[in-house]
Design a protein around this ligand. Structure first.
Ligand SMILES: CC(C)(COP(=O)(O)OP(=O)(O)OC[C@H]1O[C@@H](n2cnc3c(N)ncnc32)[C@H](O)[C@@H]1OP(=O)(O)O)[C@@H](O)C(=O)NCCC(=O)NCCS
Length: 401
């Protein structure tokens, strides 16, 4: 049976603390149960992100989440997205509809705030499907065995510890990689500071690689203890803007081999540095997680992304959205010169739910695959048009959040 829960921002520090207690108990229950952990959590979410709660009929905090406002790259343009993390419901409230009402409240709020998309990593899918998120992109964690696959430093670039003033150059290298992707984050300041350059849990070490004072690569990593007095390298971020940069990074990782049997690296499935590895052996996928996407605002999401320059096509959509009334109905998407216009009307030749639109939008599933799943109805011309419009690099994301 569904019980009513009310969605909103935490009213005060007491509610924020209650949310912190629920989320930590739900997602990181092995952390020490003292006030220090919750206080640190409150400090982390107090600016740059949006904590949200659901309250039960007596006004008590039953659960909540944190929205990280940032962008996601599609077709060379950054589209506004709400990246959702820290979803948790107190055990005594589970199975009563608290999480589905939380997600519905969030989607309505994001739509009101003119946000186009929302994405998340699901620990379980039904809760998020109830708010019309669907699997739409990949994330991988790879394990590289050191040393056999990596190479020696050719000495072209000089490595040194990263300084605060290197941040603009480091961010520019990341953006150069990210803007050519499908789905990587256009990271917010909060994300850079809290998730990439500094971690609340680990001591991160960061280095840059330069030539004549100009930075061509960077790496951030921490260590994970092994039971054998050795440790694994856990690379939280690494990117290069040149081939020499990538070679320097691989050599740098390799230079840890006497103590680190393995390096763990995150990526989106097809990484350009794979092609620089000497061998395929000693390299394995340690974990794969597909992220889910919600198209929050249909016309805005279609209009704000980029498309391949050479594609000129039109698609007549008919969308159903049980949560956001404004998304419902017929739309004509017309693409030319890398941009789109979206107008009301048309013939509705590709009919689908807003949930099924998510994997089509990212290119995770093409329109004929959606039809085979029974997730859309379409004619042949629409299938061809959709294939050209939503083509591009495979959708992925190296970041976890
Ligand atoms: C996952 C969690 C948030 C669900 O909260 P909840 O309030 O119990 O969820 P709801 O009652 O709104 O359930 C919504 C739907 O999801 C399903 N569902 C809920 N919890 C589920 C679970 N753990 N596994 C599989 N399905 C689940 C429900 O059956 C329901 O589906 P239905 O509408 O088809 O019946 C809660 O169990 C929790 O906090 N778990 C621990 C932390 C966690 O896993 N967070 C998610 C991180 S991504």
């Amino acid at each position: 049976m569904k019980h009513p829960y009310q969605y909103g921002a935490p009213a005060d520090e007491t509610e924020l603390r209650a949310l912190g207690d629920v989320v930590i108990a739900a997602l990181a229950p092995t952390l020490p149960t003292d006030d220090v952990v919750t206080t640190r959590w409150i400090e982390r979410v107090s600016s740059g992100v949006d904590p949200r709660v659901v309250r039960d009929s007596q006004g008590r905090v039953a659960g909540g989440l944190v929205n990280i406002p940032q962008g996601q790259w599609f077709g060379g343009r950054s589209v506004s997205t709400g990246a959702i993390t820290a979803v948790g419901v107190a055990p005594e409230h589970r199975g009563r509809g608290a999480a589905s009402q939380l997600m519905a409240g969030l989607i309505r709020e994001l739509h009101q705030r003119n946000v186009a998309l929302s994405c998340l990593y699901p620990a379980t899918q039904p809760v998020y499907r109830s708010a019309d998120y669907e699997r739409a992109g990949q994330h991988y964690r790879y394990r590289l065995q050191l040393p056999p696959v990596l190479q020696r430093d050719d000495g072209v670039l000089r490595a040194r510890p990263m300084l605060a003033e290197d941040e603009p150059a480091v961010r520019a290298i990341y953006n150069l990689n990210a803007r050519n992707s499908t789905g990587w984050f256009d990271r917010s300041d909060w994300f850079w500071q809290r998730m990439i350059l500094h971690s609340h849990r680990y001591r991160l070490r960061s280095y840059v690689f330069e030539r004549d004072g100009s930075i061509e690569a960077y790496i951030s990593f921490t260590h994970e203890a092994e039971p054998t007095r050795r440790y694994d390298l856990v690379l939280t971020d690494l990117r290069a803007s040149t081939a020499d940069g990538w070679r320097a990074l691989l050599a740098f990782i390799s230079a840890h081999q006497s103590m680190a049997p393995h390096a763990f690296i995150r990526g989106d499935g097809v990484e350009q540095w794979f092609s620089l590895l000497r061998e395929q052996q000693g390299f394995e996928v340690n974990q794969r997680d597909d992220w889910m996407l919600r198209v929050v605002d249909v016309p805005r999401a279609l209009r704000d992304r980029g498309y391949a320059q050479h594609v000129t096509a039109a698609l007549h959509l008919e969308v159903t959205d049980p949560l956001i009334e404004a998304n419902n109905g017929r739309w004509v998407l017309s693409v030319a010169n890398g941009r789109a216009t979206v107008e009301r009307g048309g013939e509705g030749r590709l009919a689908l739910s807003v949930r099924a639109l998510a994997p089509l939008y990212t290119g995770y599933l093409h329109a004929r695959a959606l039809a085979q799943l029974g997730w859309c109805e379409l004619d042949e011309q629409s299938a061809d048009a959709a294939s050209s419009i939503f083509s591009g690099p495979a959708p992925g994301m190296p970041d976890v959040f």
